[in-house]
Design a protein around this ligand. Structure first.
Ligand SMILES: [Zn+2]
Length: 679
């Protein structure tokens, strides 16, 4: 649930409204960014019947005349918003370094300058990673390799196991160290194991060989084959993405001695010590049946193969900061071949991402000061309160849940923490040293700073003021262990949040996003955490069984969605997001109706309020992606592709049928008894 260990719940479009109808707003606003009331009407394809393909009905015109930019793997509303935030951050980073960008202004400018010095990276070649490679060459045995893997949290090495420090799911007031499966260089285990990715796996082996050659490793072709063979075994032993979503199964606390006994063949003592966790008395193991297998694979793999694996991963991790041979090889494989991107992003864009990644809150501090209007925070606050009230009413109304469980659900909702736009307390970067003349050093320093910051707070109370995303991120999340919903400033922007737009458009946009994040607290994963953030079962057996049955029914719908022959959405992998999408739209629609206070919604351009709400919802998911990117998304993402986030959702909503007069025979039509009703 935390954003680091598990896929962050989230994303999408946003904006909202009755809060927007407040005094003072109209006076300062002229016209919405999209259309006359918030919808880009020419972007529709009215030749399509809404009941046959609602996504295309709303977005088909846009899709027909929009080309995905060569440096992107997709395009759409969230890309437009991210581009805007990226431009804003560029302006900050390229401004006069003496300008007042907060106490860390000089550091963010220095890091950006370091990244922009392409000539220096070119001149240095592979030299900056020589110390890392020398350490691998010097390893005498597997214990030395385990110790090197343990430095992955503070540098450029990779590890067969990942360590994380996050609030303890069974005691959310303190932190715990988590240990999970790792070791793969491709986006998901499916890339090693399923026929649809066979060619990409082959290309991966060539990429491994290419980087080993650049790193000066002996016999790169044979070594690359051994590395990919090793990772294939790791993939076979690894849990699927769907299995990893179950918080009950991924919570397995044990002492380091118990871990060493359960997963022999790997020097856990050396690894934990190198991670800075040598003194830990307890770790929480996540994929508990996979770790023993991975340790056994490690023990059975020849030392030269483990070394070649480590060398490749150092080169791969460092490639974005090295000369054009490394950087170009990485682009050709990771972005062009895997995602279909045609050209690399301009260096400044990568520089913005680099500084955002390493000093995100220092950048964010300058970003919100310049680009986030303080009055918007109050509007979103009010909107969240409306959505919360609507969800509370829906919980009361659902007919499948007992009064006993409902009381606990209400209590959990009342305990939600809401974070909007930016943190109250900014991160302190005083301990971080960056240099405009040492890009790879800065990359290492970013990682070490973050890991050491987390290590330092380990034994203290959980800092509930902390944020898991930066303000300039176009995204949002729910964190079950903190029981909080978080909306960074950059997602509270047009077209999704547009104070000048019709309220229906804002409820269908940001309203549905806020509802989505709230519903995560009650999806198949979030429902397992109580109001205090503790992983604890507060459901009656009967209510839990009814919830699971409804979730399975929804999964079965999504399992049928197929963007390409032989490729299907994985219902069990995406179930939390699908439940959140469905809950989000329903909560937002209720909130919209509540905001009308019994008065009929105005008709605008011949459209009813409900019609405008659904049109705006579908517009907020406007998106197109390259085929390779969709294939990666299906296996590697807990979200369904945007097409199904619209069509898969509205067909379960009674009000959508009424709004567009959708009747039996329409492609999206579901009989009322087949519609899934959860929240
Ligand atoms: Zn989500």
């Amino acid at each position: 649930m935390t954003t680091k260990r598990l896929p962050a719940p989230w994303i999408l479009a946003l904006v909202c409204a009755s809060a927007l109808a407040g005094a003072g707003v109209a006076a300062t606003i002229s016209k919405p960014q999209f259309g006359d009331w918030g919808l880009d009407t020419p972007g529709m394809d009215v030749a399509v019947k809404p009941g046959d393909d609602f996504f295309k009905y709303v977005n088909g015109g846009w899709d027909a005349h929009t080309k995905i930019p060569a440096d992107k793997s997709g395009y759409g509303v969230d890309f437009v918003m991210s581009d805007a935030a990226e431009q804003h951050v560029r302006g900050i980073l390229e401004a006069d370094p003496a300008a007042p960008d907060g106490p860390d202004g000089p550091k963010i400018h220095a890091a950006y300058l370091a990244f922009m010095d392409a000539a220096k990276a070119q001149a240095l070649g592979g030299k900056p990673i020589e110390p890392d490679l020398a350490a691998i060459r010097a390893a005498k045995d597997r214990s030395d390799i385990a110790a090197l893997m343990g430095t992955s949290s503070v540098g450029l090495q990779s590890s067969l196991f990942d360590a994380d420090l996050d609030p303890d799911e069974k005691n959310p007031t303190r932190y715990a160290a988590y240990v999970s499966q790792g070791g793969l260089g491709l986006p998901d285990r499916d890339y090693y194991l399923t026929p649809q990715f066979a060619q990409k796996k082959q290309a991966y082996q060539a990429y491994v060989a290419q980087l080993l050659t650049l790193a000066g490793w002996d016999d790169p072709a044979a070594s690359a084959a051994a590395v990919v063979d090793f990772e294939t075994k790791v993939a076979e032993a690894s849990w699927t993405r769907a299995a990893r979503r179950d918080p009950d199964k991924t919570y397995n606390p044990m002492s380091p001695a118990e871990l060493a006994k359960a997963a022999p063949g790997f020097d856990w003592t050396a690894w934990l010590k190198a991670e800075g966790l040598g003194g830990a008395s307890r770790v929480v193991v996540q994929e508990n049946t996979a770790l023993p297998k991975l340790a056994a694979i490690f023990a059975a793999t020849p030392l030269p193969t483990l070394k070649a694996w480590a060398v490749f991963h150092v080169a791969d991790n460092a490639a974005p900061y090295l000369d054009s041979r490394f950087e170009g090889a990485r682009f050709d494989f990771r972005l062009k071949l895997l995602q279909g991107q045609q050209t690399d992003r301009a260096r400044w864009k990568r520089g913005v991402a680099f500084v955002n990644g390493g000093m995100g809150e220092a950048v964010g501090r300058a970003y919100v000061a310049k680009y986030f209007p303080p009055e918007a925070k109050a509007k979103i606050d009010a909107l969240v309160a409306e959505l919360r009230a609507a969800l509370d009413q829906r919980i009361e109304r659902v007919d499948w849940m007992s009064a006993e469980t409902k009381a606990k659900a209400h209590a959990k909702l009342a305990q939600f923490t809401v974070k909007i736009a930016y943190p109250d307390k900014w991160r302190d970067y005083a301990a971080l040293q960056v240099s405009a003349g040492d890009l790879v050093g800065d990359a290492r320093a970013f990682k070490a700073f973050e890991w050491n910051r987390e290590l330092k707070r380990m034994n203290g109370p959980v800092d509930r003021a902390e944020w898991g995303m930066t303000p300039q991120t176009v995204n949002a999340y729910y964190d079950g262990v903190q029981n909080e919903i978080v909306f960074p400033a950059a997602i509270l922007a047009p077209p999704n949040f547009d104070p000048a737009a019709d309220p229906a458009a804002n409820y269908g946009g940001i309203g549905a996003i806020i509802g989505h994040e709230m519903t995560h607290g009650f999806d198949d994963e979030g429902r397992k955490f109580d109001g205090s953030g503790r992983l604890a079962d507060w459901w009656t057996k009967d209510d839990a069984a009814k919830f699971e049955a409804a979730a399975k029914k929804l999964n079965a719908q999504y399992d049928t969605y197929s963007p390409f022959p032989g490729v299907h959405v994985k219902g069990d992998q995406t179930t939390g997001e699908n439940i959140a999408d469905l809950g989000g739209i329903l909560i937002a629609l209720d909130a919209y109706h509540n905001s009308l206070h019994g008065q009929p919604a105005p008709v605008i351009d011949g459209l009813t309020g409900d019609q405008r709400f659904f049109l705006a919802y579908a517009q907020s998911w406007r998106d197109k992606r390259r085929e390779d990117a969709i294939r990666e998304m299906i296996v590697g993402d807990v979200h369904s592709p945007e097409l199904y986030r619209v069509n898969g959702v509205v067909r379960n909503v009674d009000a959508w049928y009424a709004a567009f007069d959708v009747k039996p025979g329409a492609s999206l039509y579901l009989a009322p008894s087949d519609r899934v009703r959860i929240w």
